[in-house]
Ligand binder design. Structure first.
Ligand code: MN
Length: 307
């Protein structure tokens, strides 16, 4: 949700109260001296001189009263590490990317890049996007089609056979991820053209220098206006949406693999995964198991001993 805070003088405070008077609502929160509610914006005025706008119309309403000062969710407040983002980043037009599947023995790595312009932030929130870590797999599967229809995006799936080939050639998982993010961002940028995002935000899995070092032999690099931050899904809905689309693609591929394996494959890389892998090894053989797993994981050796 868009969230904007202005600092205003006592004179402006009076004007604000007069202006929103018809929409006044009672709010007995500490320090609140006035509150109002428009159909798309909540307005809260504090004794301190802060004036807060929340909701889809926040930008429009805040612009009546002053220069936008700061976002209500600075990265530091959620413990995110990475670049310092511009003020009001959450309300900007951002292309975000995220990946999933990296810690799962069975199934692919998937990466999604999604463009959410300012004008679509409210819609995306209404479609049910929140921090994907609070969302269940079933919920994400359910909202993903609407999100795909609403946003310019690119989703890439690195299936196990390709993953294992790259791994055998010496590619680290970090390098594979960096190549996938770079490609998904490129794809989305070309679909969007000539429109450009104000910023790109990558959910950080490697520091900027390490990320671009992974990409040193790539011909085309996405580098302009790129920020990196951990917990980026909490800093812009574009990354939260990317996280959901990546997850939905991972689940879809897991369904396909479960079908051909004849059982519901487990996520993660726990001891239970070893047991399941040993069973598949016994019944369907090594080559089949290899074709549905990240073969270099320690689970392979454990399953080998159990089979
Ligand atoms: Mn991530």
């Amino acid at each position: 949700m868009a969230n904007i805070v202005l600092s205003i003088s006592t004179n402006i405070q009076k004007e604000v109260m007069a202006y929103y008077g018809p929409h006044f609502i009672e709010r007995k929160a500490p320090g609140v001296i006035f509150a109002a509610k428009l159909p798309d914006t909540a307005i809260t005025m504090y004794k301190s001189g802060k004036l807060m706008f929340q909701g889809g119309g926040a930008e429009r309403e805040a612009a009546r009263w002053g220069t936008i000062e700061k976002a209500a969710t600075p990265p530091s407040s959620i413990g995110a590490k990475g670049d310092v983002l511009p003020n009001n980043f959450a309300t900007m037009s951002v292309l975000g990317s995220d990946e999933t599947g990296t810690g799962d023995y069975f199934g692919p790595i998937t990466v999604a890049a999604v463009y959410v312009p300012t004008s679509k932030i409210e819609l995306i929130n209404e479609l049910g996007v929140k921090d994907s870590k609070m969302l269940t797999d079933d919920y994400m599967r359910k909202i993903a089609p609407d999100l795909r229809a609403a946003c310019v995006h690119s989703v890439l799936v690195l299936r196990n056979e390709k993953y294992n080939n790259l791994q055998a050639k010496g590619y680290s998982q970090g390098k594979m991820k960096a190549m996938m993010h770079n490609k998904a961002l490129q794809n989305t940028l070309s679909k969007m053209a000539p429109e450009k995002p104000e910023f790109i935000l990558i959910d950080q899995f490697a520091e900027r220098g390490v990320y671009y070092n992974y990409l040193k032999s790539e011909r085309e690099l996405v580098q302009e206006n790129v920020y990196f931050s951990t917990k980026a899904e909490q800093l812009h809905v574009a990354v939260a949406t990317a996280s959901i689309l990546a997850r939905a693609a991972f689940l879809k591929e897991m369904d396909r693999l479960s079908d051909i394996a004849g059982l519901t494959l487990m996520k993660g890389a726990s001891n239970k995964v070893d047991v399941q892998a040993a069973r598949i090894w016994r019944n369907q053989g090594e080559e089949f198991l290899r074709s549905i797993t990240k073969w270099h994981f320690a689970n392979t050796d454990k399953a080998r001993k159990m089979k």
